[in-house]
Write a protein that binds this ligand. Structure first.
Ligand code: C2E
Ligand code: CA
Ligand code: CA
Length: 893
């Protein structure tokens, strides 16, 4: 079946089902139909009752009558029985006589073996009973009885005989008639064959008509008395047949045959004689039957006690006539007459009215609450919270109304709660939307514009500037050493400092543009509405100077400085992104210049930036291709010539075999973050190599490793050092870590890390001492083991008395703090001459050895005492020469 066919079938089924179940019929028509049916049933019942009462009353009357009759009959019977008890045999004889009478009649009619047996039995029992009767009723009372019974038996025999003969004669007559009919039928059939389909000879048809008449007369005949009408009609039919045969004798003889005609005539003659015999026999039978019944009656009457049926009361009809339905009494007793029609009518009317009233009330009691409920549901659906359904009505509907009201109340509460929470939700959504909007536009920490808003505003500024021909300056600011401040003062305080910086920038920018925070300690200011480039640069200087005054954060004064890069539209770049990139490049330049600097963008800065980018890319490949190598430079005790330790210095091996110094790539590595990987490689390689030396030809090997500030500030650093020492089996005492001052800002975290390293057993050296701003106090606060004087400090000690004094004083200070001292960058023997008296001190510089590869180091170590001797000898020689010169000078004077 197709889909549409299935749908049609389904629709029809649903409609049919609804029709059968009265699915769409409302409650009112349902109730009306139901009550109308009840009313109709009541009316029908009323009618039935009306008729039923009469019938029942009749039945009761009859039964009453019957019971009266029965009681009287029983009474009479009782008497008879009591009499019969006395004369049993008389009754027995009467009974046997009755039996004999019935057996005789039955035998006469049927004449079968069983009837013959019963007839013989009844004769025998009649004889026996008679004998018994004679014995109990002596003469003269029963003396006539035996001859009468004998005669009666003879009459019975005659009756049986005559009846049998009559039966035989009747059969014979019928047989003859049938024989004639057969003969005639054959003749007619033959005629049919001869003559074709239509014609038979008229004589034959006449004979057949007579024969049919005769058959009809015979069949319709009852008892054939001599002069009865039926025997006369048979005789007449026989005569008519014989006349017809006679009339057509010639024709029939010719058409059929002489024999045929003769047989027909013979049969007719036999018929006539049989009829005569039948009439005679019938007379005899009737006589015998009459006599037999009279004898029976007389015999019964002659019996001393004749048991009769009890006389019935005149009012009672025979039992057979008392059938309740078929024969109603023609005159029923007056007291059982049916109730009057008008009373029943009235009663029916009242019942119907009551029924209609009940129906009406019931319908109303259901329909009204249901309608109320429907109306309430509609009100509820429209959002009304009022009390919705009135109580009352039938119990179930009243409970339903109460439940409905309770549900409506709960619904109202829920609706109110939902409305309330909806309102709150809306308020919350509004608040969040506002917050999100702010977040989208504002920096969450400082509340000033964020990067996104900066670009929106910058683009608008650029559009306006394009239209008006003005210039737009974009300043990129970075707080100098903010990380140090953050680390030392904690991030929460750092955040407050940032907020304070933002406020100050806002104030500065208010006049000519606006400030935004890009993230971290990076800010921007847009300068707009100026046509003069110098004016913009001057504003940049204003920004830098604005931070000369300390910030007030949490009742503490903080001095911060900013480095600023600036780019100008349309001079440097023409779109927002590019302008920001240009300002960033300028900022980088400003940072390189030192603190509190303003740098203006130049195209070379971009070239530098792209060069840095290229280096960064190459560095990444270098890490992958293992292009780094460590060189080692000895730290020598100039008095003994012994190499105390070596400093590991990184080199970038180029494909041509040359080595690039760290100054060319470490800054880029630091900026890009690649320094983390590179530093780890240095740490591992230096420890591994030192371990090899330590186990090999240099048991006293000691290596100094430069640690980048980023590496040192990583919380995993100490663990990593321990791990590598353990991995390569190098005692911690064989390692010294060199840290520059900027990495060793005094702060709880720094001191903790240093303490941990010292606990591991590693020494710490303060590198490049004399280049930064570190106070001498830090030497005392930090758990250091060595101070390395920077090359710049050592450079002038031989020809600057001031430098020499500083170095000497610092050496004295370090010595007093029990710190080892190393002088870096010793290139000239004069420098050595200045340092040598400051013993104990180690020196590091080209004067002793340049940094060499790992393979070259051990031979260098062996050569070093010799080299030192040479140097000391040179110094002595120089001292002797100087002595001679001064003696000669004195002699001359
Ligand atoms: P630094 O730690 O002060 O290392 C000493 C630098 O001075 C080395 O330069 C060394 O070759 C140079 N030097 C030593 N004696 C003399 C001298 O008599 N005259 C002159 N002019 N220079 C001398 P280098 O190897 O180029 O290293 C430069 C800087 O790079 C180092 O300064 C150090 O700060 C950094 N560096 C080198 N290797 C590493 C490293 O493996 N890790 C880290 N984080 N930094 C490193
Ligand atoms: Ca160093
Ligand atoms: Ca150094």
């Amino acid at each position: 079946m197709s889909r549409s066919g299935r749908n049609l079938f389904k629709r029809r089924f649903v409609r049919l089902k609804a029709w059968f179940t009265l699915g769409s019929v409302g409650i009112t028509p349902r109730l009306v139909v139901a009550f109308a049916s009840v009313a109709a049933l009541a009316a029908a019942a009323n009618l039935i009752v009306e008729n039923g009462v009469a019938v029942l009353e009749k039945q009761r009357t009859v039964e009453k009558a019957r019971s009266e009759v029965d009681s009287r009959a029983i009474h009479t019977l009782r008497e008879s029985v009591s009499r019969a008890r006395r004369m049993v045999t008389s009754a027995e004889l009467a009974r046997v006589l009755g039996l004999f009478e019935r057996a005789t009649q039955e035998h006469a009619e049927a004449d079968t073996r069983s009837s013959s047996l019963r007839f013989a039995n009844s004769r025998a029992s009649l004889d026996q009973t008679l004998t018994k009767y004679q014995a109990e009723n002596p003469p003269p009372s029963a003396q006539n009885l035996p001859p009468q019974i004998t005669a009666h038996k003879k009459t019975a025999d005659a009756l049986v005989q005559a009846t049998r003969l009559r039966r035989e004669l009747l059969a014979r007559y019928s047989g003859l008639l049938a024989g004639m009919e057969v003969g005639l039928k054959d003749a007619i059939d033959r005629e049919w064959k001869v003559m074709g389909r239509v014609v038979a000879r008229q004589p034959l048809l006449d004979v057949r008509a007579q024969l049919v008449d005769l058959r009809a007369a015979f069949a319709g005949a009852g008892i054939l008395y001599a002069d009865s009408a039926s025997s006369a009609s048979i005789a007449k039919a026989e005569w008519a047949l014989s006349e017809t045969l006679r009339r057509h004798a010639d024709t029939l003889r010719k058409s059929e045959s002489q024999a045929w005609l003769k047989s027909m005539n013979d049969n007719l003659t036999a018929l006539i004689s049989t009829r005569a015999a039948l009439i005679r026999t019938e007379a005899r039978r009737l006589t015998a039957a009459d006599r037999f019944s009279r004898e029976s009656k007389r015999l019964l009457e002659s019996l001393p006690v004749n048991i009769e049926e009890p006389a019935l009361p005149a009012s009672a009809a025979p039992v057979q006539a008392l059938s309740p339905v078929t024969s109603p009494p023609t005159h029923p007793p007056a007291e059982f007459e049916k109730p009057s029609g008008s009373l029943v009518g009235w009663m029916s009317g009242v019942v119907l009215v009551v029924l209609l009233y009940i129906s009406f009330v019931t319908i109303i009691s259901i329909v009204r609450p249901v309608r109320r409920m429907i109306a309430a549901t509609n009100r509820l659906a429209k959002g009304s919270n009022a009390r919705v359904v009135a109580n009352g009505g039938i119990r179930e509907l009243d409970s339903l109304a109460k439940a409905f009201n309770s549900m409506a109340e709960q619904l109202a509460v829920a609706r109110d709660a939902a409305a309330d929470s909806h309102q709150r939700l809306e308020a919350k959504v509004e608040e969040r939307t506002r917050q999100l909007q702010e977040l989208a536009e504002q920096d969450p920490l400082t509340g000033i514009a964020n990067r996104r808003q900066l670009f929106v505003a910058l683009n608008e500024s650029l559009e306006r500037a394009t239209a008006s021909g003005e210039r737009v300056g974009l300043f990129f600011l970075d707080i100098d050493n903010f990380k140090t401040l953050n680390d030392s003062m904690g991030h929460t305080y750092g955040d407050r400092v940032l907020v304070s910086i933002a406020r100050r920038l806002e104030t500065i920018a208010a006049a000519c543009g606006f400030a935004a925070r890009l993230g971290g300690d990076e800010f921007t200011i847009i300068h707009q509405g100026s046509r003069d480039t110098q004016c913009i640069y001057d504003f940049g200087a204003t920004i830098v100077r604005a931070f000369d005054a300390p910030l007030q954060v949490d009742e503490r004064e903080v001095i911060v400085s900013v480095s600023v890069g600036v780019s100008v539209y349309p001079d440097h770049e023409r779109d927002a992104e590019a302008l920001l990139r240009a300002a960033d490049a300028a900022l980088f330049r400003a940072k390189a210049l030192g603190r509190s600097q303003l740098a203006v963008f130049t195209s070379e800065l971009l070239a530098d930036a792209s060069a840095k980018f290229a280096i960064e890319q190459k560095l990444r490949r270098a890490i992958q291709n293992d292009e780094f190598e460590l060189f080692y430079q000895p730290l020598v005790n100039p008095h003994t010539g012994r190499v105390e330790q070596v400093e590991a210095l990184i080199r970038w091996r180029k494909p041509d075999g040359s080595h690039r110094p760290p100054d060319e790539f470490l800054a880029v590595a630091e900026e890009s973050g690649l320094i983390i990987e590179i530093s780890d490689w240095v740490l591992r390689t230096a420890i591994r190599t030192a371990a090899e030396w330590h186990r090999g030809r240099w048991p006293d090997a000691r290596v100094a490793i430069n640690v980048s500030p980023r590496q040192f500030l990583d919380y995993r650093f100490v663990g990593r050092v321990e791990e590598l020492l353990k991995q390569y089996g190098l005692p911690a005492s064989c390692v010294e870590l060199e840290l520059v001052e900027s990495a060793l800002q005094t702060g709880a975290q720094t001191i903790r890390t240093l303490d941990q390293l010292r606990a591991v057993g590693v020494s710490i050296a303060l590198d490049d001492f004399g280049t930064g701003y570190s106070s001498l106090a830090s030497l005392q606060q930090l758990p250091l083991s060595r101070v390395k004087f920077d090359r710049s400090l050592v450079a002038a000690i031989d020809d600057s008395a001031r430098s020499a004094s500083i170095v000497r004083a610092t050496i004295a200070l370090c010595r007093s703090l029990d710190l080892d001292i190393t002088a870096e960058g010793v290139e000239r023997i004069e420098q050595l001459a200045m340092l040598l008296p400051q013993s104990p001190i180690t020196v590091q510089g080209f004067l002793f050895a340049r940094p060499v590869s790992g393979q070259e180091l051990l031979p260098l170590l062996e050569r070093m005492p010799r080299r030192c001797e040479e140097l000391v000898e040179q110094l002595r020689g120089a001292a002797r020469a100087s002595e001679k010169r001064s003696k000669r000078f004195a002699l001359v004077e």
